[in-house]
Design a protein around this ligand. Sequence first.
Ligand SMILES: Cc1cc2nc3c(=O)[nH]c(=O)nc-3n(C[C@H](O)[C@H](O)[C@H](O)COP(=O)(O)OP(=O)(O)OC[C@H]3O[C@@H](n4cnc5c(N)ncnc54)[C@H](O)[C@@H]3O)c2cc1C
Length: 392
Amino acid sequence: MTVATPKRMSTRTDLLDGSRAIAREVAAPFAEAVDREGRFPAETIAAAREAGLLSALVPPELGGVGASMRDLAESCTIIGQACGSSAMVLAMHHIQVACIARHARGSAFFERYLRRIADEQLLLASVTSEVGVGGDTRSSICAVGREQGRFTLLKDATTISYGAHADDLLITARRAPDANASDQVLVLAQQGDFTLEGGGAWDTLGMRGTCSPPFKVHAAGPEEQIIPGSYADSSAESMVPYSHILWAALWLGIATDAVNRASAFVRAAARKNPGHVPPTATRLAEVSVMLQSLRSNVQSAATDFDALGDDRAPLQTMSWALRFNNLKIAASEATPAIVHQALQIIGIMGYKNNSPFSVGRQYRDALSGALMVGNERILAKSASMLLVAKGE
Ligand SMILES: Cc1cc2nc3c(=O)[nH]c(=O)nc-3n(C[C@H](O)[C@H](O)[C@H](O)COP(=O)(O)OP(=O)(O)OC[C@H]3O[C@@H](n4cnc5c(N)ncnc54)[C@H](O)[C@@H]3O)c2cc1C
């Protein structure tokens, strides 16, 4: 599908205009079918490729946009307003590219690879969760084996979003078979060098278009595909910040969509009875407070992250770790609460699936946030940090 966007994005304006065009012309019209059929949002991702959105985080000198966190978050919010699954696929991809662009620039292989992402618009999926450690991304059972300059690994992954549709995978694994569970590295597995066993159904309440079943991943390749350094650093400085900000941004898009529907419903009621303020208008005012608070939380985290520039040291501190945890928890709790409130305002027309005011998909999609790395798990980590974070 061709979308009326700049052929290849290269500026901030292109990124936002292109995201709006993709949302309006492709993601929104196909959202209902993607959700009903539980299928990959192929049309949106094809349009994103055509517009060059998959290289938003590739540095300009390697052919990408070099987008800021603030702009990328806005792009995720825009697409999240149209289709939560499409926005989640794109956010997950951007998070993987961020890890490579920020932690592998010294490597000739990864410099070439970043250029390939821009030229070929490769789609990357994430393999962090694992049977046995669940959503504890900072522990792995799977370990990298190394022999004669090549690696092998086998990972029993609980969930790989769009695993069957991605070009390449970014996988967390222990550095070596005798390494501790938290001594991890990030490994790039390229198309042709990995096989996915299993799969099965992804028949879920929401985020149905992410197509995220469990897979056993068998991967091999040259050792240069292991990102230099440790995952402890790329997790604190990139994986967690990009995940929590971009997820929160797309959840904000879902919440905004629901509030827009509630707002249209209340305005239609007001038009039917001129001179009278519908009683639901007060509830609309109330939900707009919740939405503004969510928006401010997302935007301030993105703005403050950008303000750090090249200084990554603060991202290693407990205060930033707590901030990202708090953002994830607050946003994943606020989003379903906002959609719930929108449903109360709209009433039965929001509950019906075949209504222009339906918020069913938004409600179901919003419920995934708290499970996507369980909030209880994140709270437990925050609790241990708060015990020692005096003065942070
Ligand atoms: C839409 C969607 C897409 C996803 N895509 C991907 C993907 O592409 N790649 C990927 O790797 N993962 C992905 N995930 C994440 C992954 O599915 C889960 O994080 C992982 O499978 C763990 O699932 P779990 O609920 O069994 O959590 P677990 O982490 O095993 O937790 C199980 C239960 O125990 C609780 N719990 C865990 N630890 C604690 C603790 N310390 N204190 C108290 N309670 C605790 C949890 O809250 C939960 O209730 C995705 C998730 C969703 C919802």
